[in-house]
Design a protein around this ligand. Structure first.
Ligand code: GNR
Ligand code: NI
Length: 175
């Protein structure tokens, strides 16, 4: 089931997500909904809070269009180590549609998490996977990629999305 995305400036995006306590069939079904929503968007990652559920779960698929799908589920992901070198990527976010900006983050991260069977795993990530995992884990803490750009740019984006949300209010509907 494709779920509606939560869009800036919805305060839900600023919530702190809670650890998953049990990896069961309900959770796996929810993860499948997240993947379906991410593929539909389309995006390369999605945090549960982006569909309104404040749980510490992330899905990622970095496969290219002409490659087989490679869905990955990260439950309760934690960054346990990060590289010293910075890396800059142009980031976007499904909760901030059509806005892109360069963000600097550590170039590598080691992430500890539970897989879809509830088994503890450790992943050493670099490149786009390192960037994406940091972007998604930020979401679990109520942090957005625009929090890593200049205040001037951030204020411009937030103002634009506030106006878009206001224009979409039913009160502004002219029949
Ligand atoms: O689809 C997405 N693309 C992307 C590009 C660069 C860095 C991070 C991302 S994640 C984003 C999907 C999303 O909003 N995940 O939270
Ligand atoms: Ni995002």
């Amino acid at each position: 089931m494709i779920r509606p995305l939560v869009i800036l400036p919805d305060p839900v995006l600023r919530q702190l997500s809670k650890p998953v306590e049990r990896v069961d069939d309900d959770l796996r079904r929810f993860a499948d909904d997240m993947l379906e929503t991410m593929y539909d968007a389309p995006g390369i990652g999605l945090a549960a809070i982006q569909v309104g559920t404040p749980l510490r779960m992330v899905v990622i698929d970095l496969s290219k269009e002409d490659e087989p799908k490679a869905p990955q589920i990260f439950i309760n992901p934690q960054i346990v180590a990060q590289g010293d070198a910075p890396s800059v990527y142009e980031e976007g976010c499904l909760s901030i549609p059509d806005y892109y900006a360069e963000v600097e983050r550590p170039d590598t991260v080691t992430v500890k998490y539970l897989d879809r069977d509830g088994k503890e795993r450790v992943l050493d990530a670099d490149g786009l996977m390192a960037t994406c995992l940091q972007h998604e884990i930020d979401h679990l803490n109520g942090v957005l990629f625009i929090d890593h750009i200049s205040k001037l740019k951030r204020d411009m984006v937030v103002r634009k999305f506030k106006k878009l949300a206001k224009d979409k209010q039913p009160s502004g509907l002219v029949v």
